[in-house]
Ligand binder design. Structure first.
Ligand code: ZN
Length: 168
């Protein structure tokens, strides 16, 4: 198990011709800079610095949606990823969650919920891949899945919660 989680950042890249930010630059095979950028939640006066100086997203959190996408072979949509502490406070949430550390991402898309629930229940290849990169927090909601990376429990168990209003 990979317990060494190196916090990483996503930085913009710029068109050499001086046309500004290359929004369509791939971060992984199927996810572009703009998809990650649009998943950042912050106060209005925080965006500019985050855009130009980069925003914190752990390396394994960058990889996780791609792993799910490779498995479902369907588009996966990023909900929120990095959320600044000020944004979380503004929304009345704790600043100690995965998102303000750049260690969580919310995803949804066709078959995402079913696929991840099956993965957790059967410990299949998808589950093993996510666990092998250090994804150990799985939260299921009506809108999709939260994937996060936290300090491993001594037992090696995952953090799992189900917040769906209607259980399937
Ligand atoms: Zn989340």
């Amino acid at each position: 198990m990979n317990n060494t989680i190196t916090l990483n950042k996503i930085y913009p890249s710029f068109h050499p011709s001086g046309e500004g930010i290359n929004w369509d630059k791939n971060i992984t095979d199927d996810f572009t800079f703009i998809e990650w950028w649009e998943s950042v939640k912050a106060m209005d006066d925080e965006f500019s610095e985050l855009l130009y100086n980069g925003f914190p997203i752990a390396k394994n959190i960058i990889q996780a949606p791609q792993i799910v996408r490779d498995f479902t072979k369907e588009p996966v949509k990023l909900g929120s990823s990095y959320r600044t502490p000020r944004w979380e406070m503004h929304r009345g949430r704790s600043t100690k969650g995965d998102h303000p550390k750049g260690k969580g991402v919310d995803i949804n898309g066709k078959n995402v919920v079913e696929t991840l629930i099956t993965a957790i229940n059967t410990k299949n290849e998808l589950y093993r891949k996510l666990r092998s990169i250090g994804i150990n927090a799985f939260g299921v909601y009506d809108w999709g899945f939260h994937l996060g990376t936290r300090i491993e429990k001594p037992t090696g168990e995952i953090y799992f919660w189900d917040q769906r209003k209607k259980k399937e």
